[in-house]
Write a protein that binds this ligand. Structure first.
Ligand SMILES: [Zn+2]
Length: 74
């Protein structure tokens, strides 16, 4: 069995809890905590973007994730 580790906080990821607790985005494995944190970080930025553009959001998400991974935290 493959052991999953969050690419941002390096915590072990448990997938047993309701199949949640793990997200794979932009080739990055992230735990639920970091995923929640990402939504908190991006929400105010997303609000300033009118009209909403999904491609823009995807790029923003990927950039934020890459930065968080290199910092080792949000
Ligand atoms: Zn994490």
């Amino acid at each position: 069995m493959k052991k999953l580790t969050c690419d941002i906080c390096h915590k072990d990821i448990t997938t047993e809890v309701n199949g949640r607790g793990y997200f794979h985005m932009a080739n990055i494995d992230i735990c639920e905590d970091c995923h929640d944190r990402m939504e908190v970080e991006l929400k105010p930025v997303v609000r300033t973007k009118q009209p909403f553009n999904y491609e823009w959001y995807e790029r923003l998400m990927r950039d934020s994730l890459t930065k968080a991974v290199s910092r080792g935290r949000w």
